[in-house]
Design a protein around this ligand. Structure first.
Ligand code: ADP
Length: 187
């Protein structure tokens, strides 16, 4: 059985992982799965899920795991992901990471690589304020960075301990970061 490539993009808010994930998904022709985008779309469309998650997203808090787990399970069962995928925004805590491991084992056909985009805190705040998305005001940004440190940093340690993590400097200009990412992605 051939193994499709699954890429897990990790990094703080503002590290550029969404932009890089989108670019690479086009260049590698594999879907970009962004949980943040999926949630924002649900909010805009006022779906049942959207109504349940709006409160958390707008405050910069994590949405309860149970809602995300279903979303990811359904997404990774769709036809278009069968030759690979880039996950952006998931897993965001260790319980999501262990869930993903179990799910991928169950699906049985993916080999994954976790990539961590590193950017200093100062740069992050600057970038996020410039971006100006609806949930990008100073208070939410500060909260998202806190949540990242508390909940998502341990995910990086989780992959590191299992020697499944590659780190890339996210500070250089966009195209240079894309080039570095391509160098470290193993087939
Ligand atoms: P950023 O790149 O700034 O981290 P995202 O688009 O990835 O933003 O996520 C925006 C918001 O969506 C988060 O602040 C959080 O409320 C929610 N969210 C996204 N992914 C998850 C997840 N895996 N678990 C819980 N909440 C999530």
């Amino acid at each position: 059985m051939s193994h499709a490539k699954g890429l897990i993009f990790l990094g703080p808010p503002g590290s550029g992982k969404g932009t890089q994930a989108q670019l690479l998904s086009e260049q590698l022709t594999i879907p970009h799965i962004s949980t943040g985008e999926m949630l924002r779309e649900a909010i805009t469309k006022k779906t049942k899920l959207g109504k349940r998650v709006q409160y958390y997203v707008n405050k910069g808090e994590l949405v309860p795991d149970e809602l995300l787990l279903n979303l990811i399970r359904e997404r990774l069962n769709q036809d278009d992901v069968q030759s690979g995928w880039i996950l952006d925004g998931f897993p965001r805590n260790v319980s999501q990471a262990t869930f993903l491991d179990k799910l991928l084992l169950e699906l049985g056909k993916f080999s994954e690589q976790a990539i961590n985009l590193e950017v200093s805190d100062n740069q992050l705040v600057k970038r996020l304020l410039l971006r100006g998305r609806e949930d990008d005001n100073e208070e939410t940004i500060r909260r998202r960075l806190e949540v990242y440190r508390e909940k998502t940093k341990p995910v990086i340690d989780y992959y590191q301990q299992q020697c499944r993590l590659t780190s890339v400097d996210g500070t250089p200009p966009l195209e240079r970061v894309t080039a570095s990412l391509k160098e470290v992605i193993t087939t």
